[in-house]
Design a protein around this ligand. Structure first.
Ligand code: NIG
Ligand code: FE
Length: 393
């Protein structure tokens, strides 16, 4: 059944016009059919355009804002267990370390497929009602061949954007044998996981994997046809960004500590920098300053990094608010980064943008403009969500 959203006070299309990367329209209307956007125009034009359409559902936005569905290009949604105590200790001054990942690995290995599936679906639904219509999901809490295989298999049940992250940390049974673990990841584990995945990722950081180990894993993934993503520069400066750019990664994620050379390399590349404000919030690290990055020409995405350790938020509006308040982004830049930026980070041109032919993934805000996402932090402004043209909930 076709749906017309009309009397939209502010429509963010992300189809850039001179001076406006957000492609903003006012008093706009959007016609949706068969899961796609079929037409955009003014509310006035919509009346004539839809006059002869049977079974048309009309949604009167009454001056409210509409944006593309959020594209959350970084999450770890398949896990078991809880690390609230670790968060509580951090808030009392204990630092975040990569080692906490191993406690989630133990809980995840002990959970059944059905338990993991139920938690995963609940989280996916939690994201959806908050306006996230596309989510990337990583493995990385299994760290054995059968456990990683089931995590990517379960993730593939809910999203096409599945990332194999066998190189998340070295599991306890490979302590002091990290290179043997890298052999496993780049060999039998990749063989088992590649059929379910679109991407490969590595945590290239002190306490996780070296640049050389990361390169081996990523090159093995590339040879299997997977696209590259890299976790890097989360806890300190390193060479992960350089490696990501050299390998043509779609995205390098975190980037909390970047050198000038990193910024230059990113600005001259097709690699998106995905900033994850929930991590700095939840680990009490300094927020990265996005202003010089944007001014240098780096393409920036925003994502939640939903995971039980470093960032257990699933709210893209929260990330937008923090990016605006503490990371030097304008509201328009932050909303672009959370929609079109995420789509770039996934190398997708059918999402994050509202134009004829694009997927009908839309969010109706209970607000007259996208600025309210930062202006009214913590307020549930997502009034209605459509994914592939179908209203959620
Ligand atoms: O993206 N950086 C590595 N991985 C996750 C953290 C996972 C955890 O602490 O459980 C991240 O922050
Ligand atoms: Fe992550």
């Amino acid at each position: 059944m076709p749906t017309l959203l009309t009397r939209i006070g502010e429509l963010t299309t992300n189809v850039a016009t001179p001076g406006d990367p957000s492609g903003t329209r006012t008093d706009a209307a959007v016609l949706v059919d068969d899961g796609r956007i079929v037409w955009l125009g003014t509310s006035h034009e919509a009346t004539a355009r839809t006059a002869d359409l049977a079974n048309l559902e009309v949604v009167d936005a009454a001056g409210r804002a509409v944006i593309p569905g959020f594209v959350d290009s970084h999450s770890h949604l398949v896990f078991a267990g809880d690390r609230a105590a670790e968060f509580e200790a951090r808030m009392a001054g204990r630092p975040y370390t990569a080692g906490g990942i191993r406690s989630t690995v133990a809980a995840t290995r002990a959970a059944s497929d059905e338990e993991l599936r139920e938690r995963l679906r609940a989280l996916r639904d939690e994201l959806l009602v908050q306006g996230t219509t596309t989510v990337e999901i990583k493995s990385g809490y299994g760290l054995s061949v059968p456990d990683e295989e089931r995590l990517v298999r379960l993730a593939a049940e809910v999203t096409p954007e599945v990332t194999f992250l066998g190189a998340h940390v070295v599991p306890p049974e490979y302590a002091d044998r990290a290179d043997d673990y890298v052999d496993l990841v780049a060999g039998p584990m990749l063989d088992a996981c590649a059929p379910h995945a679109r991407w490969i990722d590595v945590f290239c950081e002190t306490g996780a994997f070296t640049v050389e180990q990361s390169r081996r894993v990523l090159e093995a993934g590339i040879a299997r046809g997977l696209g590259v993503r890299v976790h890097a520069s989360q806890l300190g400066r390193g060479d992960g960004v350089r490696l990501a750019v050299e390998l043509g990664a779609a995205s390098i994620d975190h980037g909390t500590y970047l050198s000038d050379d990193d910024v230059t390399a990113l600005a001259g590349s097709d690699t998106v920098l995905t900033l994850l404000p929930g991590v700095e919030f939840s680990t009490r690290q300094p927020y990265p300053d996005a202003r010089p990055l944007l001014d240098a020409g780096v393409t920036v995405a925003l994502a939640c990094d939903t995971n039980p350790g470093s960032s257990f938020t699933s709210s893209m509006p929260f990330c937008i608010a923090v990016a605006v308040r503490d990371m030097g982004m304008t509201p328009a830049e932050a909303v672009w980064a959370a929609t079109a930026g995420g789509a770039r980070a996934l190398r997708r041109d059918d999402i994050g943008v509202l134009t004829p032919g694009a997927r009908a993934d839309l969010v109706l805000l209970d607000a007259p403009s996208r600025v309210h996402l930062a202006y009214r932090p913590g307020v549930p402004l997502v009034r209605r969500v459509w994914k592939d043209g179908v209203a959620v909930g």
